[in-house]
Design a protein around this ligand. Structure first.
Ligand SMILES: Cc1cc2nc3c(=O)[nH]c(=O)nc-3n(C[C@H](O)[C@H](O)[C@H](O)COP(=O)(O)OP(=O)(O)OC[C@H]3O[C@@H](n4cnc5c(N)ncnc54)[C@H](O)[C@@H]3O)c2cc1C
Ligand code: HEM
Ligand SMILES: Cc1cc2nc3c(=O)[nH]c(=O)nc-3n(C[C@H](O)[C@H](O)[C@H](O)COP(=O)(O)O)c2cc1C
Length: 1018
């Protein structure tokens, strides 16, 4: 009997015995919510899952709770499954997709296709090619290709029941295949950014983070987890579409409208994400037939669930997902296939815990985005291309004892015609659930609809975005207020809608959002059910805590009774932030107009307005962009070289002192945010190359609202535009490449641009370099301006002590000048080169941004601190030590700091060496430098120096009475993770704790602000 029916008969909690194992099963929302509480329950594989360990060992899926390799592997693999990772796999997915389509085309009018078999091959080959760079070539075989055949045979022969000889033989074959794959990657035969490359990449110690056996385990895990699931989802979804022709028709209309009528249209990555109704249908399939039918939760201590059932420490409860997906909270007719259940407003009104096809918490599916993209792409292409005839009237089979599965599902295909698609796509507006497709949506909201836009921001990104959203909503007719989240702590929202724009810092809230977070954490409920929408700004470089705060806010507000106006939107600053902002703005204005709109009311801009408006244009040409970023002129007092540009070991470094204008103060540890100009030579190069008249005046008028807009309040010359307002060398985004491809009439150039856009690697060419490289691009001046991103400010740590120098700030700037990755001359970083060349007496445009309170407080002279930095990361610590010096001079108590500082060579870039050594002899600091190019006793990097000082460090951090705080500043990519690891190692070796417990200790240090990072990607 299927497990959902079993659960209906015996649920919500019952013992069952399948495959010889007696287990406790749960399925009601209330129990599952408790079981998903990560404080009380964790994943620990029960017997059926643990059975696969002889094949996949401690691979991610089957790792036991606390097994050290799990965290390591998750850290290594996660970037490969993020948005950028999946975008990179799109081209490989298309390749496999083409093979399927070619095979299916050949059957038309001749024989049915075996949907289950072919989509399983598609799933296998997609995982192989996209994630591992290997072609199984399954469509050339009648059965399975040799490697997929091997792992299916090994899985079927698992001990103890299976034949041990078969198992050993197949496993040995798989290991040989993997070892060969690894060798090919090591020798550069397979040069792709796939998961194997990620696993083999050397860590800070020069060795890959995962050992050989674990790498094999992960590859096998991904082969299994990555294909068994999607190969069930895809045929199941297609089966559901065939049984529901109205849904199929609506999906075809959506796909036809997106892809057009052309038979062989190759969809771009972004187009797949826009097929929202198809995604709803996939979700509905996952609801009715979740490929992972259950997952296990183990109690960490004796606990009671459902108010009466005792679960003993170590006891596991298995969540039956198919049954959870049929609970009464889903409404009537739970067996009905109805994708509208996943329309945004329905999702927003349902508890999130009701839908768990991808498991829960930290052990939830890593491949979710990959699977959803793969399935949407495959389904979109086949519904665009074929009509389906189920002449055999297929009926679902029982896969194992508890699951209905689409085994042996065969259908006949007929090719659709362009005329059919044309007709269909015209039918879309009346039928689509897409908000943007709704033709007669109101353009304005009832005047005065109150919207509060709240930000959680340290460095100003979210603050600036909050303003952008507010401007947009004001235009729509809303009355908007903008403010920090904390100003709304403890008050239930009173505005009609609250929009929250927030970021995270090592998983922690920004300083202006702390009270708000504590309040929502402790609050029992909100007044009424206020509407809200959260726009999360994060960076996937912080893999573990990506979007931690926005996610917490979004989830908690929902738990407290808030209603989501829109699902949580997540933007990655290291990817296409501007695109995400545009999408969110469009969704937000549509949702507001739909909810509060007054279709009969004229849009605000259409109301009778005076004939003229007069605007006084004052101040410098950069007034508008300066106002957008809150920067003001500040005078440079001094600019001198710390490290010469001629040194053979790295970048030049400069020390710059700047006078603060009246009314602007700072605190030691804060940042100076600088809006720079492009270098005159680069501007000239662009003017010359494109034969642009530098003095021609342009009047640039936005035709629509967008956060991408260049902030301008007057006419500018071409030279002014290129100097102050746009980024000239920022690499082109896939969208920009696609626009360039569309503008290019030359087929080979167009194809190369399209390949670059869909390629796995980020472009190294800027839009302007693309115009040089692809001269056939035919774009207008307007399009050229649109291609250039507006200039953005850069942040610098203040390297002075506010106690010693309250009116001047010091900066230490590393001057980025290296051969350009694009091959076009020297790449000079905009702001660092601008700062390198500013003269005393000249003004720069800048603002002071407060550092997080936790970081600022490191300057407190009486605090025991360990300071860790490399290169210019030492900047804020110059200020910290300055504050200690001031305290000593004033006769106040101070504790000497322990300062680890990584440089390349003592004679080249040990900046401020004299001052540090003087401070050392004054007892203010104990300096511990590490020289990577002149290692001493094997000590090369700062983490080596820390490891060598483990005793001293443990004396400071091992005794809680010392209340020692650790501050890390500088390179976030390599140094920060290596430093974290060395502290984990010290804790483990001194306490005897396990790796997991030591990691938990560090996490606790971070969350309690005793381990504070201020790091940046280089
Ligand atoms: C909180 C914080 C504090 C900071 N503090 C300091 C500080 O104290 N001192 C300091 O020097 N910096 C600091 N930075 C870094 C600083 O903000 C800038 O990122 C840095 O100066 C580079 O800016 P730029 O405008 O010169 O380069 P950009 O014009 O922004 O160019 C940098 C970009 O170009 C890419 N790039 C690099 N090399 C090449 C190449 N060869 N070819 C093509 N592309 C390339 C990089 O990947 C990067 O994306 C800090 C950053 C943050 C977030
Ligand atoms: C529709 C497709 C998929 C579904 C329904 C699905 C479902 C799940 C579920 C429920 C879990 C948690 C299991 C548990 O708690 O025991 C999980 C974990 C996992 N999935 Fe998926 N999955 C899918 C696709 C993929 C793909 C395509 C990959 C890789 C290419 C993948 C790789 C993994 C891995 C490695 C884990 C273990 C994660 C960990 O514990 O850290 N999955 N998946
Ligand atoms: C020290 C530091 C820590 C960060 N930690 C995280 C994090 O844990 N999760 C995340 O998604 N982004 C993280 N980021 C990226 C920020 O969220 C991103 O830079 C964002 O634009 C900051 O917004 P703000 O400028 O409004 O403060 C971090 C950035 C810095 C500089």
């Amino acid at each position: 009997m299927p497990s959902d029916l079993l659960a209906e008969r015996y649920g919500p909690l019952f013992y069952g015995e399948f495959s010889g194992a007696r287990r406790l099963y749960a399925c009601s929302l209330e129990l599952v919510d408790e079981l998903c509480d990560e404080e009380r329950f964790v994943k620990n594989p029960t017997k059926p899952l643990a059975r696969v360990r002889p094949l996949v060992g401690d691979g991610l899926f089957s790792a036991f709770h606390g097994e050290p390799n799990w965290q390591k592997a998750r850290d290594v693999l996660l970037p490969g499954f993020g948005f950028t990772g999946v975008r990179g796999y799109h081209a490989a997915m298309l390749d496999i997709n083409d093979r399927l389509v070619r095979k299916w085309d050949a059957t038309v009018g001749k024989s049915p296709v075996d949907v289950s078999m072919d989509l399983q091959k598609l799933a296998m080959d997609t995982v192989g090619f996209a994630l591992m760079g290997t072609q199984f070539d399954s469509f050339s075989y009648d059965g399975f290709a040799p490697i997929p055949e091997s792992f299916l045979a090994a899985s079927a022969a698992l001990p103890p029941e299976g034949d041990p000889r078969v198992f050993e033989r197949e496993r040995a074959r798989l290991y040989a295949f993997i070892d060969d794959l690894i060798e090919q990657h090591q020798n550069g035969v397979t040069a792709s950014d796939d998961l194997v490359t990620l696993m083999l990449a050397p860590g800070p110690e020069g060795q890959p983070a995962l050992d050989l056996q674990n790498t094999r385990n992960q590859i096998l895990t991904i082969l299994i987890a990555g294909q068994l699931t999607t190969s069930e989802l895809m045929p199941m979804a297609l089966f559901n579409l065939l049984r529901n022709p109205v849904v199929l028709h609506r999906i075809q209309a959506e796909v036809d409208a997106a892809f057009g009528t052309d038979d062989d249209r190759i969809p771009a990555f972004e187009e797949i994400g826009k097929l929202t109704y198809l995604r709803q249908a996939i979700d509905e399939s996952l609801r009715l037939s979740p490929p992972a039918a259950s997952f296990d939760r183990m109690a960490l201590a004796d606990t009671v669930i459902g108010g009466k059932y005792l679960i003993k420490e170590g006891e596991a409860v298995t969540v039956l997902v198919g049954a959870l997906h049929r609970q009464p909270q889903w409404g009537d007719n739970v067996e009905l296939f109805d994708p509208d259940r996943f329309a945004p407003e329905q999702v927003a009104n349902r508890p999130t815990g009701l839908f768990k096809p991808f498991g829960t918490g930290i052990r939830s599916c890593i491949g979710r985005q990959f699977a959803l993209h793969e399935a949407a792409l495959a389904l979109a292409r086949v519904v665009h291309r074929y009509r389906f005839l189920d002449s055999g009237n297929y009926v679902l089979k029982m896969g194992d004892k508890t699951k209905r599965q689409p085994f042996g599902f065969q259908i006949e295909l007929v090719r659709r015609t362009p005329a059919e698609r044309e007709h269909n796509s015209r039918a879309l507006p009346a039928q689509s659930a897409l908000p943007s497709a709704s033709a007669d949506r109101p353009m304005a909201v009832a005047a005065g609809t109150a919207v509060a836009v709240l930000h959680g921001s340290n460095l100003g990104t979210c603050r600036a975005l909050a303003k952008v959203f507010a401007e947009e909503l004001t235009d729509l007719g809303c009355t908007t207020t903008v403010g920090p989240l904390d100003s709304f702590a403890a008050t239930s929202p009173t505005a009609a809608v609250t929009v929250i724009v927030a970021s995270s810092y090592n998983g922690q809230p920004t300083d202006d959002a702390r009270e708000f977070l504590s309040w929502i954490t402790e609050s029992k409920g909100l007044d009424g059910s206020p509407l809200y929408a959260v726009f999360g700004v994060g960076d996937r470089n912080w893999v573990d805590t990506y979007q931690a705060v926005p996610r917490r806010v979004d989830e908690r507000l929902s738990e407290l009774g808030g209603q989501r106006l829109l699902p949580l939107a997540e933007a990655d600053t290291s990817s296409d932030l501007a695109g995400a902002v545009e999408e969110f703005t469009a969704a937000l204005t549509t949702a507001l107009a739909e909810r509060f709109g007054d279709a009969s009311a004229p849009a605000p801009r259409e109301t009778a307005e005076p004939l003229y408006s007069v605007r006084r244009v004052v101040g410098p040409v950069t007034s508008a962009i300066d106002a957008r970023f809150d920067v003001v002129p500040m005078m440079v007092l001094e600019n001198h070289e710390l490290v010469s540009a001629d040194n053979p070991l790295g970048q030049a470094k400069r020390h710059i002192r700047i006078s603060l204008p009246e009314g602007i103060d700072y605190h030691t540890g804060d940042h100076l945010t600088v809006l720079a100009d492009n270098p005159a030579e680069l501007v000239q190069l662009v003017l010359d190359h494109f034969h642009i008249d530098p003095d021609l005046r342009l009047s640039i008028n936005p035709r629509r609202k967008s956060s991408r807009l260049i902030a301008l309040d007057r006419e500018v010359t071409n030279r002014e535009l290129l100097t102050h307002f746009v980024e000239l060398r920022k690499p082109a985004t896939p969208n920009q490449l696609r626009q360039l491809a569309a503008s290019n009439p030359c087929p080979p150039e167009r194809e190369r641009l399209q390949r670059l856009a869909d390629g796995t690697e980020a472009s190294v060419l800027s839009p302007l370099e693309c115009l040089v490289e692809f001269p056939a691009c035919n774009i207008t001046g307007e399009q050229a301006i649109e291609l250039l991103e507006p200039m953005t400010p850069r942040h610098y740590s203040i390297a002075s002590s506010s106690r010693l120098y309250p009116r001047t700030v010091g900066l230490v700037v590393s001057v980025l000048a290296e051969p350009a990755r694009s091959g076009y001359g020297l790449f000079r970083g905009v702001a660092s080169n601008y700062l390198a060349n500013v003269q005393p007496g000249q003004h720069i445009r800048a603002r002071v941004d407060q550092a997080r309170q936790a970081f600022r407080s490191g300057a407190d002279p009486s605090k025991n601190v360990i300071l860790v930095s490399a290169g210019t990361g030492v900047a804020p610590f110059c200020g910290f030590l300055g504050d200690r010096f001031a305290a000593k001079q004033a006769g106040e108590p101070f504790a000497p700091a322990l300062c680890f500082f990584g440089v390349r060579h003592p004679d080249v870039d040990y900046i401020f060496r004299e001052q540090f050594e003087a401070a050392d002899s004054e007892g203010i600091v104990s300096m511990r430098p590490a020289f990577s190019r002149a290692p001493q006793e094997g000590i090369r990097y700062v983490q080596d120096r820390i490891a060598a000082s483990a005793d001293e460090i443990w004396e400071l951090i091992g005794d809680p009475d010392n209340d020692t705080h650790i501050y890390v500043c500088g390179d976030g990519a390599k140094m920060a993770p290596a430093v974290r690891q060395v502290f984990i190692d010290i804790y483990r070796s001194r306490t005897g704790a396990s790796e997991q417990q030591s990691r938990d200790w560090l996490i606790n240090e971070v969350t309690s602000d005793r381990y504070v990072e201020d790091v940046w990607a280089q």
